[in-house]
Write a protein that binds this ligand. Structure first.
Ligand code: NAD
Ligand code: DAU
Length: 359
């Protein structure tokens, strides 16, 4: 069995669906607190799969983490659980420190104690895969080379600072205690089940509702976009073949300004679901910039390609087209998430036992 923390969120649920699509996959226990960002409805299609189980728990909960580890004896932990939205971290950083720093520390601590009880062969097979972000490296100038695994950490937001702290704890647990850890630092993901507070799903959802498309500042900030399925494939690769104690950068070789991203989304929507009375571009509205806004991120993913043979399969155009089509086909998902109704749906349908819940 593997544990997945934060498996009801955007990347975690894509990872679990992807993992279970392989018939030979080890079972998964999804451990998620179900914050506003966690939606077990994402996993309704695997709720009856005997290889999937869900438990609602907080990674900060010492007893819960220790109990789950000793009861289910995982071969690996894939750690996604986090507060993930930069804007929220600016307005209320407390929860970011609690979950991303203290929660990761608690999980590491309990994982270490569990790992120390394992027989030697199981110790050797065990992996703690920490899923982190390129934002720990700070912001690039226009002519800087992309972030590599040796770039100095320089986090600028409370979110990136909390993730940087968690990366350092993971490193320390490997270096000091020998816990077999792996860390990945990935660029901006996009794709199905992306919570519509983040740029791409927000723009699609607002456009379809006829609402303004907010662009922070001049819109010329650059992100390196990666289709979420490519990130999931990278994580499977690192989990299977990564060298313990190492970090791997994951990115799409796909730097785009925010303005270009929004234009591409508008043009794709114009083609797939035309709007009466004009282009979706007419809804673009420039708004006040994000405080401390990082100007440019870009990932050098050559280590992962050279050492483990991973590279992204999707281009930006094909990935964006798939993503827009997914949102057009899943208007019910967007409506539920935006209204908060998915929380009521879970309660009504399952009481305290969301899909796949252990009873
Ligand atoms: P998300 O916000 O969509 O999901 C986070 C999940 O974690 C939710 O299901 C939430 O309920 C759960 N969670 C939060 N606090 C918890 C706690 N205390 N205990 C248990 N569960 C808790 O996030 P995401 O975009 O899917 O990101 C997942 C991970 O990947 C994060 O660690 C993030 O830093 C990292 N990451 C994200 C991106 C990206 O572009 N989204 C890129 C690189 C790295
Ligand atoms: O780089 C990886 C990171 O990417 C992850 O670690 C984070 O969890 C994830 O949220 C994401 O962070 P960003 O801040 O880059 O993503 P976001 O979608 O919030 O914003 C992308 C860019 O778009 C950023 O430059 C801010 C801008 N933006 C965002 C929103 C929500 C806008 O211009 N308007 C908006 O309404």
């Amino acid at each position: 069995m593997i544990f997945v923390t934060g498996g009801a969120g955007f990347i975690g649920s894509n990872f679990i669906l992807d993992w279970l699509a392989n018939d030979a996959a080890e079972p998964v226990l999804n451990i998620d607190k179900l914050t506003y960002a966690g939606n077990p409805y994402n996993l309704a299609s695997v709720a009856d799969d005997p290889r999937y189980a869900f438990v609602q728990a907080d990674i900060c909960d010492e007893i819960a983490m220790a109990t789950l580890l000793s009861r289910y004896r995982p071969r690996a932990i894939v750690h996604f659980a986090a507060e993930s939205h930069v804007d929220r971290s600016i307005h209320s950083p407390d929860e970011f420190i609690r979950t991303n720093v203290n929660g990761t520390f608690n999980l590491l601590n309990k994982a270490l104690r569990y790992w120390q009880t394992l027989p030697q062969d199981e110790q050797q097979d065990f992996r703690f895969l920490h899923v982190s972000t390129d934002e720990v490296y700070g912001s690039l100038l226009p002519d800087d080379p992309p972030f590599s695994e040796t770039t100095t950490y320089a986090p600028n937001s409370p979110y990136s600072a909390s993730k940087a702290a968690s990366d350092h704890l993971v490193r320390a647990f490997h270096h000091t205690y020998g816990l077999p850890t792996l860390t990945t630092n990935c660029s901006n993901n996009y794709g199905p089940y992306h919570f519509p507070e983040k740029l791409i799903p927000l723009v699609i959802a607002n456009a379809l509702a006829g609402n303004p498309l907010p662009i922070y500042g001049d819109g010329l900030q650059i992100r390196d976009w990666l289709f979420v399925a490519d990130h999931c494939a990278a994580l499977r690769t690192v989990l299977a073949d990564g060298k313990t104690g190492e970090t791997y950068n994951v990115g799409g070789w796909n730097e785009q300004t925010n303005l270009h991203v929004v234009h591409t989304l508008c043009d794709t929507l114009d083609a797939l679901s035309p709007r009466a009375g004009g282009s979706y571009r007419d809804l673009i509205t420039f708004v006040k910039d994000r405080p401390g806004h990082d100007r440019r991120y870009a990932i050098d993913a050559r280590k992962l390609e050279r050492e483990l043979g991973w590279k992204p399969a999707e281009t930006f155009d094909s990935g964006i087209r798939k993503t827009v089509q997914w949102y057009l086909d899943h208007g019910d998902w967007v409506a539920q998430v935006r209204s908060g109704a998915y929380m009521n749906w879970i309660q009504k349908q399952y009481g305290d036992n969301p899909p796949g819940a252990l009873v």
